[in-house]
Ligand binder design. Structure first.
Ligand code: NAI
Ligand code: MG
Length: 355
């Protein structure tokens, strides 16, 4: 089993170091190979996704990814920005299905920004389409506005697009996942305004015919944003497009206590996957040793389950995380009165010990 380790920038290097310790503590035979990505790769090689990094990713069974990005790269041309590395990996490997489980651990019920009774026992799964939508749609660019409210003014534009097969395959992923869980799918769209999402709604409705055992409802994204903070436990599986999924999953992260708790898996049709925390490189806390490594550690559990066929090892990691939370250990983002504040490294090492 070969795992590509791509720490990236900012807190990426700090949190991935802890996840690697956890993987090594499992006593399974992995080949781990590290490469630079994002701003770190730009600094060393002049490109955020060098050919060697892409080749390593393609040849691996799974990729452990930290995070990329920093304000200091904001002035670079878009193709050279660190964020292009993660978009490029998703595209090159066809990682169209993004799983973002939002689970509120019992010990963190009070760390959530919502009332404890709203989040106690929360276990929902957001499935985000990851290789289409307005993030990849062409054409895009800048020009002189040919018409509209201000003809002749500077204008920027992006294109939202989805094809039927792209929607079909992500809908199947969602219905299959729901079959293993609460048997309910909520498809989130904006069909009242956007043609792209009218097609989305139509296709999801068509695919549902093959999954009579799963209940389906449709919800507009603005209402979904509201329902997520009003009554999040009413959801089971949410499936949505790339941009809505990006935004709703960050919102959902706060239900769990912190974005530092939210793992993710991005899979292609060969079960090859990229595993990363849902958060970014957090430049505001990078280098301080305080980032929460649990989202990354929990991402390795998803890796073991989805790509490496080691479900017992995945269970062991998740049990170890619960154990350190039960011991009262907390990084600052999830710290509350009566618990013990620890840094990134202590948290990682506590998980290793709990294993
Ligand atoms: P962010 O997710 O990096 O940070 C948002 C807030 O959450 C910050 O206050 C940060 O300190 C906190 N936070 C994030 N992860 C944390 C952790 N593990 N423990 C404790 N606190 C944590 O999002 P932001 O600030 O919008 O973006 C920063 C950079 O990251 C940008 O360059 C952005 O483009 C990039 N980014 C990269 C992603 C990726 O590599 N997949 C995803 C999202 C953003
Ligand atoms: Mg995001």
């Amino acid at each position: 089993m070969k795992i590509a380790v791509l720490p990236g920038d900012g807190i990426g290097t700090e949190i991935v170091a802890e996840a690697v310790k956890v993987l090594k503590a499992l006593d399974l035979k992995f080949e781990l190979e590290e490469a630079k990505v994002g701003g770190a790769a730009y600094d060393a090689h002049g490109h955020p996704l060098p050919e060697a990094t892409l080749t390593l990713a393609k040849e691996s069974d799974a990729i452990l990814f930290g995070a990329v990005g920093d304000w200091k790269y904001d002035k670079l041309d878009r193709p050279l920005r660190p964020e292009q590395a993660i978009l490029g990996l998703r595209k090159a490997l066809g990682l169209f299905a993004n799983f973002r489980p939002a689970i509120c651990y019992e010990q963190l019920t009070h760390a959530s920004s919502l009332k404890p009774e709203l989040v106690a026992g929360l276990d929902i799964l957001i499935i985000r389409e990851l290789t289409g939508d307005i993030y990849f749609g062409q054409p895009r660019g800048r020009r002189v506005a040919p018409d509209g409210h201000f003809p002749g003014a500077e204008e920027a534009f992006d294109t939202m697009r989805y094809t039927r097969p792209e929607i079909e395959r992500i809908a199947r992923v969602a219905f299959e996942a729901a079959r293993q869980r609460g048997k309910r799918v909520t498809s989130v769209d904006k069909a009242n305004v956007l043609e792209t999402f009218q097609l989305w709604k139509d296709v999801v409705t068509d695919v549902h015919k093959d999954y009579a055992d799963v209940a389906l409802d449709h919800m507009y994204v603005d209402n979904a944003a509201m329902q997520l903070v009003k009554a999040p436990k009413k959801f089971d599986v949410l499936v949505t497009g790339n941009m809505f999924g990006d935004i709703l999953s960050d919102e959902a992260s706060m239900l769990t206590g912190s974005i530092g708790m939210l793992p993710s898996a991005s899979l292609n049709d060969k079960k090859q996957g990229l595993y990363e925390p849902s958060h970014g490189s957090a430049p505001d806390i990078a280098g301080k040793g305080v980032a929460n490594p649990l989202a990354t550690i929990l991402s390795t559990a998803m890796m073991l389950r989805f790509s490496l066929n080691q479900p017992e090892a995945a269970d062991r990691i998740e049990a170890a995380v619960k154990k350190v939370l039960a011991q009262g250990l907390r990084t600052p983002d999830i710290h509350s009165q009566g618990t013990t504040k620890v840094g990134t490294r202590d948290m990682g090492e506590a998980v290793v010990k709990a294993l």
